[in-house]
Write a protein that binds this ligand. Sequence first.
Ligand code: WT7
Length: 629
Amino acid sequence: MRIKTFEAYQIAYRQSVEDPEGFWAEVAQQFQWRKPWKKVLSWNFNEANVKWFEGGVLNITENALDRHLAQIGNQPAIIWEPNDPEDKAVSISYNVLHDRVCRFANVLKKHGVKKGDRVCIYLPMVPELTVAVLACARIGAIHSVVFGGFSAKSIADRINDAECNMVITSDGAYRGSKVIPMKETVDAALDQCRSVKHVIVMTRTRTPVSMLKGRDLWWEEEVKHVDSVCAAEPMDAEDPLFILYTSGSTGKPKGVVHTCGGYMVYAAYTFANVFQYEPEEVYFCTADIGWITGHSYIVYGPLCTGATSLIFEGVPTYPDASRLWQIVEKHQVNILYTAPTAIRSLMSFGLDYVKGHDLSSLKKLGSVGEPINEEAWHWFKTNIGSDNCPLADTWWQTETGGIMISPLAGITHEKPTFATLPLPGIQPVIVDENGKEIEGNGVSGNLCMKFPWPGIIRTTYGDHERCKQTYFSTYPGMYFTGDGCLRDEDGYYRITGRVDDVLNVSGHRIGTAEVENAINMHLGVVESAVVGYTHDIKGQGIYAYVIAESEPEDAEMFRKDIAATVSRIIGPIAKPDKVQFVTGLPKTRSGKIMRRILRKISEGDMGNLGDISTLLDPAVVEDIKRGAL
Ligand code: WT7
């Protein structure tokens, strides 16, 4: 299962294409199954139907916890570094984590949560977040983790879409110098939710919170009154494990569904191989568990591999921009997996914050979430990795469950800004606008997959048709990623970014349509169009063109009000960076906004806007150009 040389990679890759079922069966055998599968794979991309390890029965928590107890029960599963560096870090062994998960699973059961029920988790980066996630998995409840930066309305939409009957949250959260309310936000969300029967509240900041009798429960109190034995629920390989909402080019965020068997196999296989994890190494992924990176590479992948996974509550710039390097030194971190936006931000503070920290424990580096620019790649590699750590630029998506295209650390030859080669089992194809495969090297186009892998999305919760439409209909017979890419002369892949209306702002995925809908809800707004523009630190910034009912008297104030509305509807992460008031938008005769033009203007690229003869009123373009920010 573990690939140790580039030749072994090539052999594994070849085998995975020639005999995918044999290949994945061999990988899957390394895990603990209650009952073996009957069929490795059945699939039909036209119907968006994929099943892996059908008939197999397992529980992912037995693989993440129980399986390790005899050998490494006393080894830390989690090291938790709190927001405030003065507070004590906490180390939680596999034994203790197992105990805590079982207890909390019993709490969930006691309050009526059953296999198949949906549980919303809205927590800061505390160990309890991992405990809550695994406790759901223990009893077969489907978790839906909502990132702590989302608004009450976003939480409510997600709770209602999945009809969750339980919410797990905390009183508040520490984030850098701020204390952020959590329960209060959940309370506001629950005014719009009928399905929720109970809320379990963990104490973090001891912010005063309202606790409704009959509905709300304290975490600390509940875990006192339960047993520490909780048998794992036997799950079919294709039973859902979790729902994770993510933005697309249209409509509300979709609930991406991953299942127990295939997801486990894929998350753990890719973790072990990409990072070449060796026993006792300390692994630190800076993502939030509220995103897929955290699900797959803080919780499930590392724990199913018996790794030590460091969870950091705070932000890289608090108390100052040396925090990550302090953590690396303090906990002797061996593997650091972070995002280009974090690297660029820390870069901008200068090397003084890096100097004086002993980073010699680092052996491997990883990057994820967006294309990494050459400058950031070299800065990371040289100043953090001392030029002797391999750097894995890992490309993947919420929908893919795990890393798809990436170097294997120290094994694959690296090229700055290239995600390099597909992992075993992954069959990328580049297609042109018409869906025709572009073969050979030195080509570019849209990135698709022509064969399933165990971690592929199974459905969008409650709406399978939407899954089919979004991923499998653009190019029939293929899974479409939404990304553009190029394949160079060596067959190496470089991902160039989204080709649809999805933005990537500081590694957060945001749909332009969602932001437009939020802006349009603001009093006095007639219409808006949102595009992304190149931003030095965030990767992409949000540029909104807004038509107001009348010319705003105080444009600056109006901008702030719009930002407040977006914050309230979606969350602070979706606030526009720039708002330009316009009198019209460049529309075609059929009423479609020509975003291509708006994108160019937002980049300050006014010269050649291409063919604008199909516009209903080409004059608006001149107006917009004149007012560009
Ligand atoms: C989109 C998926 C996968 C975990 C975090 C994001 C972009 C992700 C890379 C990379 C270039 C990347 C793509 C992708 N992306 N990793 N290494 N190089 N682009 O998950 O929120 O589902 O976003 O992030 O555009 O489609 P996500």
